[in-house]
Ligand binder design. Structure first.
Ligand code: 5AD
Length: 363
């Protein structure tokens, strides 16, 4: 349980306790919220500095065996054209990350059995031989043997969002793998990933139908308990071709309407800011889903309310539009070069600087 009387390293930003978390999540007054934004910004500056680290995102495959109720690349979406990038295509994107001065590449995909233990192992070894990049994997729930092999090959970090810590809600929106009775819980997988030697990242979807304020407060407390190295949160954006995509056919899981968390930009900033106060040293991206809700300034506001990482998209244009996890993803039409110039301008406009290299390692 989070203590209210403990203070982060700087001695200034009080670590919010459960009551404070709930109060902030329900706060609607702009003037009052300024205090949360400035506490988070001060905490960010003192603990992780002014550098913004760029992690180049490569969406290497949109094949997925799962049927998550919220996600547009779910297996049952038959109309979606599927792709899996070749090793050479991926290495081209990796070289672009080096040219742009990024310190990390993030290899992300649906849960794709076509991405084999051996294939990913070879890819990791090639990237490590050719570059000094840190490698983050975001490949879903994989077997312990896969995860061990990839760590041994040189992968540094693994991202696996819990999506929600409410296990009933999670099992409704994330059915077990077809043919399996149940999966290892994501919580256990995260603990295993840490034991294997990865830096671990997780996070939630904000505003899933059926998610209550107290569920979200549980998520935030869990980030602290897990001592996450990275925390990525974003608003739930309904995808029309998924079970959770309709206005009226949303599964009404919450017994009390008033306790439903809205999937808004404001709620996402609150969670970013609280995550910073609860986990002062974590790397927290200002996510694409946030930029999608507010193209003009969503990303900057995230960076000014606790975030210190951006994940520019390096996926080739012809694949990017097919990695259709939610509609109207920000930056869809831009080339990697255009995206890069735009980002550099955004970062200097808010008085921050680009961090070089992979960024500090916490554990
Ligand atoms: N809206 C927002 N984020 C989504 N994701 C998947 N579907 C959606 C959606 N409809 C997020 C999940 C997943 C990450 C890769 O993308 O949180 O972990």
């Amino acid at each position: 349980m989070v203590k209210s009387d403990s203070y982060s390293k700087d001695g200034k930003s009080p670590i919010p306790d459960r009551n404070a978390i709930m109060r902030w999540l329900r706060e609607t007054d702009d003037a009052a919220l300024e205090k949360l934004w400035s506490d988070a910004d001060v905490c960010r500056k003192i603990n992780v500095g002014d550098e913004i680290y760029l992690r180049g995102l490569i969406e290497i495959s949109n094949h997925c065996v799962r049927q998550c109720g919220y996600c547009g690349i779910r297996v049952t979406r038959r109309s979606l054209t599927r792709y899996r990038m070749t090793e050479e295509e991926i290495l081209d994107c990796v070289r672009q990350a080096v040219r742009f001065g990024y310190g990390t590449v993030v290899l992300q995909a649906g849960e794709d059995d076509g991405l084999t233990r051996r294939g990913i192992t070879e890819l990791i070894k090639k990237i490590k031989n050719e570059t000094t990049l840190a490698i983050t994997l975001s490949l879903g729930e994989r077997s312990p043997d896969d995860l061990i092999a990839w760590c041994e090959a040189g992968a540094d970090r693994y991202l696996l969002r819990i999506e929600t810590s409410n296990t009933d809600l999670f099992s409704k929106i994330h059915p077990p793998r077809p043919g399996h009775q149940s999966d290892i819980s994501r919580l256990d997988l995260l603990k295993m990933l840490r034991q294997i030697g990865y830096e671990i990242g997780s996070g939630s979807l904000i505003g899933i139908p059926g998610q209550s304020y107290s569920d979200l407060a549980d998520d935030l407390e869990l980030y602290r308990t897990l001592d996450l190295d990275m925390i990525g949160v974003g608003p739930f954006i309904p995808h029309p071709e998924t079970p959770l995509g309709g206005e009226s056919d949303n599964i009404a899981l919450s017994p009390d309407d008033r306790s439903q968390v809205p999937n808004t930009e404001l709620m996402t900033y609150k969670v970013v800011a609280l995550a910073r106060l609860l986990c002062p040293q974590a790397n927290i991206p200002s996510t694409t889903a946030l930029a999608t809700l507010n193209q003009e300034e969503g990303r900057e506001l995230g960076l000014q309310r606790g975030a210190n990482v951006i994940m520019p998209n390096l996926t080739p244009a012809q694949y990017r539009r097919l990695y259709d996890i939610y509609p109207d993803k920000a930056c869809l039409c831009e080339t990697a070069e255009q995206c890069q110039i735009h980002l550099e301008n955004q970062i200097s406009a808010i008085g921050r600087k680009i961090g070089r290299g992979p960024g500090p390692r916490r554990h």
